[in-house]
Design a protein around this ligand. Structure first.
Ligand code: SF4
Ligand code: F3S
Length: 106
């Protein structure tokens, strides 16, 4: 499956949602996740994300491994998002900030 990682936190550009051929993105207050049961592994969302937050789980950097479980768990919890929307107001500021994991609101 494909996995949304740390770079998305506090940005939520949502270009990924517009590109996805199935309905597998779920939305929280400051982050999106992919439902691994619904994702068809097509990869079209990857180049759409302006902050390169989406990875094939097989290519995940080691420090982002926890996002596999996080996507699975939060996808079951959060509502579906099926259309793109405006990014969060401070998206540009947060786009290149490292260490955003602690800022994630569940
Ligand atoms: Fe959707 Fe394809 Fe991305 Fe999976 S890999 S989230 S199916 S666009
Ligand atoms: Fe997040 Fe990138 Fe999608 S910032 S909402 S994964 S386009």
């Amino acid at each position: 499956s494909f996995v949304v990682t740390e770079a998305c936190i506090r940005c939520k550009y949502t270009d990924c949602v517009a590109a996805c051929p199935v309905e597998c993105f779920h939305e929280g207050p400051d982050f999106l996740v992919i439902d691994p049961e619904v994702c068809i592994d097509c990869g079209v969302c990857v180049p759409e994300c302006p902050v390169e937050a989406i990875f094939d789980e097989k290519d995940l950097p080691a420090e982002q491994r926890e996002y596999i479980e996080l996507n699975r768990r939060l996808a079951a919890q959060w509502p579906l998002i099926t259309a793109a929307q405006d990014p969060l107001p401070d998206a540009e500021h947060w786009a290149n900030q490292p260490h955003k994991r602690a800022l994630l609101t569940e």
